[in-house]
Write a protein that binds this ligand. Structure first.
Ligand SMILES: [Zn+2]
Length: 281
């Protein structure tokens, strides 16, 4: 693991000086193909760690349904700029005790079975997936890494003046996926893009907030529940995000619905039949 990571780091630092480029939302030392490489490396890492990230081995139709009927549909939005550049795909993690999802740089999106059991509609899942796709599209993780480590530090590593720092960066990357803890600004941007992407689908566009509304109504926000601890540490301010999403819907002239709505564009029955009821009890 460490060796691969270090090789990967060295390979991209070697091109930093000639190819440092601006990401869509700020300075980013990584190129798009380095985002993809980094994501693949972390993904292989996770596969080797079945204790922490066990691959879901239940009914395979659940994953293919989510992929074809929800994930791929979002990716058809013309607003997805890196559809042919990134390796967009979903993976399910068999962990009913975690309500969370996350995206790796370069487009691999992970969904915990606990989240699938908790949600109530295809729209709610589409809202989460739109949000995670936005993290990849907007390159939040590698932008944050650029900011965190700093150009001087990263260049120092390649010149070999700080060899111990190489190992430090590589190990920090994988410890509890800490680098996926997003800033409030990144979260807000991902919510905004989720609405924009979903406008081009059959799903209710404001559904990114359904997960937060359901957590709120179940008393999970502000609780010390382990189920939401990781979510809350990587996704701050769920209550503010509900309000912000409602403001955005209002200013786009979209009717405000909540997660309890039974309107057809939430696809609740389909969610129950094709996803929720097929999960192991
Ligand atoms: Zn997020």
């Amino acid at each position: 693991m460490k060796k691969n990571s270090i090789n990967l780091f060295l390979s991209f630092f070697s091109v930093v000086i000639i190819s440092s480029c601006s990401g869509s939302g700020g300075f980013n030392m990584f190129s798009d193909s380095e985002d993809v490489k980094l994501g693949h490396d972390v993904s292989a890492e996770m596969l080797n760690n079945q204790k922490e990230y066990p691959v879901f081995r239940g009914d395979p139709s659940i994953k293919s349904y989510i992929d074809q009927r929800i994930f791929q549909q979002i990716l058809t939005s013309p607003k997805i700029a890196k559809r042919s550049v990134y390796d967009y795909k979903i993976e399910l993690i068999a962990d009913d005790n975690t309500l969370n999802a996350f995206a790796l740089p370069g487009g691999n999106v992970y969904i915990y079975s606990g989240l699938l059991k908790f949600l109530d509609s295809e729209a709610a899942l589409a809202g989460v997936l739109g949000h995670e796709i936005a993290h990849a599209e907007r390159r939040h993780a590698t932008q944050r890494m650029t900011k965190y480590y700093g150009v001087e530090f990263l260049v120092g590593m390649i010149l070999g003046s700080q060899p111990s720092k190489v190992a430090e960066v590589a190990s920090n990357l994988f410890v509890g996926l800490a680098f996926l803890a997003n800033s409030r600004a990144d979260e807000d941007e991902a919510d905004k893009y989720s609405i924009d992407y979903l406008k081009d689908t059959r799903f209710y566009p404001g559904s990114v907030k359904f997960f937060f509304e359901e957590m709120r109504d179940d008393g999970l926000i502000g609780s010390k529940s382990n189920k939401v601890a990781t979510f809350l540490s990587t996704h701050p301010d769920p209550v503010n995000r509900i309000a912000k999403t409602n403001e955005r819907l209002q200013s786009s002239g979209i009717a405000i619905k909540d997660w309890k709505s039974n309107d057809a564009n939430l696809f609740k029955n389909e969610y129950a039949a094709n996803i929720k009821n097929k999960l192991p009890k």
